[in-house]
Ligand binder design. Structure first.
Ligand SMILES: Nc1ncnc2c1ncn2[C@@H]1O[C@H](COP(=O)(O)OP(=O)(O)OP(=O)(O)O)[C@@H](O)[C@H]1O
Ligand SMILES: [Mg+2]
Length: 476
């Protein structure tokens, strides 16, 4: 049993600024519970309190009647297993195999038992082809499967998963959730997972929603879907609107601009010819016969996890040099890093928070502006960009970008790109981790760019997002 008795937590802030306030909650053994709430409402904090990674400022958290840090599982291992929201931050070894073995070693399981459990886990979560690969070199969905496998191998009694399927599309999530149900819930383990996806909530037995430091809803999934306030849940299932007219996403072909007025006629912004895009390490490569983007076009890139969406974006931007064939940007050939049209291109990476390095949000956002911006004072530009993505400048300017919720980090990264006077904007999974309100603001900000003639390439598993913005799609 997991029990919260009057739990308050605030990262050492004064009690009135608490993130969670006197939370009372009991989760019985074997329950199947989804936790939701807008960005920054404390879902991840709640998860970490359950796993004993944070200690409450007031009240107590008990797992099986004990402090979660000392509560022991069936094998003497930890009673609670947790998967973090950002998988990269959890990996400690250099191969998938060692990563699974590491957890077992830590709880004192050795020899043949250790090997056989690790193999079984790899098989169950489809990781056999990657056993020798560096965990950081997996696709997002593969990384999340590795976290699940590592937890499964340790057989904890309670399993806490912080947005465990965020890198998957709607169909992939359903399959992954089924896999988790079979391998953990059906074996009698408690499963608590955080999510913003109504499709996942639908499948929960119990839903908990956080807001303003409190539990504002605790009940069944049907009631949850009708009573959770707007602005939180983000629907990922295709709506079948606009974009699908011209053939649709998912049939592997490009579709023509839905309305005749959208026929590209402006100058060519980006052109790839007979290009091979690949990395110095590894054997993954992508061959692109031809891809041309004209001014004002919005290209949506879709395709399953691991299909090369990120690679294509890197190739079109000149950030990865094409090996064969050629890339032209704004009419000029880009053959090496020195030809890169700095300042004219903005790029939102899939894990932008990994590149943060300024001490404050204001400075992080203004970094590019300082070099390429329109001459306004840095603070003014940062303030404006933060407001555009919906982060209150008063609250966020002086915070550390490293100590934010995952959704807040994405918005800071987005602001740091929107502040550039770019003509070509590339975005890799820009809506990842965003609640419905933040996602709507993202769409609004991108529509603003589009109406001012900016060219966009957008890779995402979020079909409705692509449908609402793209003038063309290409599936990989
Ligand atoms: N290391 C930290 N130091 C200080 N404050 C933090 C830290 N991490 C998160 N916060 C703050 O705590 C609050 C709750 O964060 P948490 O990560 O639990 O939110 P969340 O509901 O998981 O959000 P998201 O949907 O973005 O993942 C936010 O206001 C966030 O800014
Ligand atoms: Mg979180």
């Amino acid at each position: 049993m997991i029990r919260f008795d009057g739990v308050g937590f605030g990262f050492g802030r004064p009690a009135r600024a608490n993130i969670l306030n006197s939370i009372r909650l009991t989760i019985s053994d074997g329950e199947w519970v989804a936790v939701t709430g807008a960005n920054g409402t404390g879902k991840s904090v709640l998860c970490k309190l359950m796993a004993g990674l944070y200690r409450p400022d007031s009240g107590v958290v008990l797992v099986d009647g004990e402090d979660p840090r000392s509560a022991a599982g069936p094998d003497g291992g930890p009673s609670v297993g947790i998967a973090f929201q950002n998988p990269d931050s959890q990996f400690v070894t250099s191969t998938v195999r060692r990563e699974i073995l590491f957890g077992l070693e830590n709880i004192g399981i050795g020899g043949a038992e250790r090997e056989s459990r690790a193999l079984e886990a790899a098989e169950l979560f489809d990781l056999e082809p990657f056993l020798g690969r560096n965990p950081h070199m997996l696709s997002g969905g593969e990384k999340q499967r590795l976290l699940l496998a590592s937890i499964w191998a340790m057989r904890p009694r309670h399993v806490i998963l912080d947005e465990p399927f965020s890198f998957l599309d709607a169909a992939g999530r359903r399959r992954a959730l089924e896999m988790v149900r079979r391998s953990f819930h059906d074996e009698g383990r408690t499963v608590v997972w955080a999510t913003l996806d109504p499709g996942e909530l639908e499948l929960a037995d119990r839903v908990i929603c956080l807001d303003g430091g409190e539990i504002i809803f605790d009940g069944g999934s049907e009631e949850a879907l009708s009573s959770i306030p707007d602005g939180i849940l983000t629907e990922l299932r295709p709506t079948g609107s606009k974009g699908s007219k011209g053939g649709g996403i998912g049939d592997g072909t490009e579709f023509a601009p839905a309305e005749a007025g959208l026929t590209p006629s402006g100058p060519v912004v980006m052109k790839l010819d007979n290009a091979r895009i690949s990395y110095r390490e590894g054997d993954f490569g992508l061959d692109i016969e031809e891809l041309t983007l004209s001014k004002g076009e919005v290209l949506g890139l879709t395709g399953p996890s691991g299909s090369g969406k990120t690679t294509l974006l890197l190739g079109c931007s000149g950030l990865v040099t094409v090996e064969r064939g050629q890339l032209r940007l704004f009419g000029e050939r880009v053959a090496s890093k020195k030809d890169f049209p700095a300042g004219r291109i903005a790029f939102l990476f899939q894990s932008p928070e990994d590149g943060f390095f300024a001490p404050t949000v204001a400075e992080e956002v203004a970094l590019g502006h300082r070099r390429f911006g329109d001459g306004r004072p840095d603070d003014e530009a940062a303030r404006d960009a933060l407001a555009r993505v919906g982060l209150d400048p008063e609250r966020f300017m002086s915070r550390s970008p490293f100590h934010l919720s995952q959704g807040e980090k994405r918005l800071v990264a987005l602001a740091s790109q929107l502040v550039l006077p770019a003509e070509f904007v590339l975005l890799d999974e820009p809506a990842l981790f965003l609640d419905a309100r933040a996602r709507a603001r993202l769409i609004q900000a991108l529509e603003g760019l589009i109406s001012s003639g900016v060219t966009i390439a957008l890779a995402s598993h979020d079909t409705p997002l692509i449908e609402s913005l793209a003038t063309r799609t290409r599936m990989l």
